[in-house]
Design a protein around this ligand. Structure first.
Ligand code: SAH
Ligand code: SF4
Length: 354
């Protein structure tokens, strides 16, 4: 059985039941549980605070799965990209972004993505498979191990995949990340970024914790959005915005700026209206190379002008710094190809199909 796929509460009762069956004292559960996430053990035999026979039994009963670190790349700006091999055919990436005292880890929720936004490298890969809760949270757990139990301060679901297209696993992963018996990261420091899968957006809204929600908007109109994001046909913008109105959580809009596509003055006017009505913060960021060729980023001076326009119209707007561009670790650049032999080929940085 894989304890790392359970919520901390479920893991606790599973361990307690097993401990009782073995006739061990109940306090063993309190010793074992923190070794799952708070002070993660790599193997039970390494958890030397437990008696030897118990460690052997734990290794047999509850082996601790780990992803293999295939590659680590460091950007000139301090960003680090990790390539994790999950099984023979599946690899994913995560990115660690240090910013002063903040350490944000950007994690993947799926291998590939089914939504095919035209500007996104992960979208180009197509969908490979869902990640399980342990595979999602391992991207944080492994950093805690590497950093001698120092937990990253923030987590964003902005790596590969659409988190709300893998709700069951992401639901459990959110609990593991947030629960004090799990990784213990505050809900306000965990951001779920989504294109707006309405039924699961509602499920996320019903969770009592104050997780942050980032809606990938990219155009203030359904027509503009449908040119960039095929999801518009299934969950139209109007419906997504209607759903967000029932949210009590803080919302941000992600807005990738693409020259001539979504950076006109009229876009700013409509975007400001929507952002004001939802009290949302608009995050502007330039298009990064990686998706379909033929799209160009909006030049920075124009992005600044656009932000000023939004602010003059009463909307909150910030320009997001691109991080890890030189290692193709910035938003929308994560891409892995699996060769016919099942080996993982490193991603293509040029954005041109090979
Ligand atoms: N599937 C989710 C989360 C992963 S993508 C989503 O789309 O929200 C994380 C963010 O990267 C999204 O806001 C996405 O629109 C953005 N992104 C994708 N491709 C990009 C690119 N080429 N340049 C800049 N941002 C990009
Ligand atoms: Fe999928 Fe998000 Fe990329 Fe769109 S931007 S293809 S939803 S990962």
């Amino acid at each position: 059985m894989n304890l790392l796929d359970l919520t901390p509460k479920e893991a606790q009762s599973t361990i307690a039941g097993w401990i009782a069956d073995r006739g061990e004292p109940p306090y063993r559960t309190r010793q074992i549980l923190p070794r799952l996430w708070r002070r993660p053990a790599t193997t039970w035999s390494g958890a030397t605070d437990l008696p030897q026979d118990l460690r052997v039994a734990l290794d047999r009963e509850f082996p601790l799965p780990r992803p293999a670190l295939e590659r680590l790349q460091q950007s000139a700006d301090g960003t680090v990209k990790f390539l994790w091999q999950l099984d023979r055919d599946t690899a994913i990436e995560s990115v660690l972004i240090p910013e002063g005292r903040r350490r944000t880890v950007c994690i993947s929720s799926q291998a590939g993505c089914a939504y095919g936004c035209v500007f996104c490298a992960t979208g180009l890969m197509g969908f490979q498979r869902q990640l399980s809760p342990w595979e999602i949270t391992a991207q944080v757990r492994e950093l805690v191990i590497a950093d001698q139990f120092e937990t990253p301060s923030h987590v964003v679901f902005m790596g590969m995949g659409e988190p709300l297209h893998n709700w069951a696993a992401v639901d459990t992963a959110l609990t593991i990340l947030n629960d004090p018996r799990g990784l213990g990261i505050g809900a306000r420091r965990i951001t779920v970024s989504t294109v707006g899968i309405v039924p699961n957006l509602e499920r996320l809204a019903r969770r009592p914790e104050q997780f942050k929600v980032a809606l990938s908007l990219h155009s203030p109109s359904g027509a503009g959005r449908s040119r960039l994001m095929p999801v518009e046909r299934k969950y139209p913008l109007e419906l997504v915005l209607e759903t967000l109105r029932s949210f009590s959580k803080r919302i941000t809009f992600e807005y990738v700026m693409i020259a001539g596509e979504n950076d006109a003055d009229d876009d700013a006017i409509e975007l400001a209206r929507i952002a004001r009505s939802l009290g949302a913060l608009v995050n502007l960021l330039p298009l990064h190379p990686g998706g379909v060729p033929g799209f160009e980023p909006t030049p920075l001076p124009r992005i600044r002008q656009f932000a000023t326009r939004l602010r003059s119209l009463g909307a909150h707007a910030t320009i997001r710094q691109s991080r890890g561009l030189d290692i193709a670790g910035a938003c929308g650049q994560l891409r892995i190809e699996v060769t016919a032999s099942g080996n993982v080929a490193t991603e293509n940085h040029t954005g041109v199909e090979q």
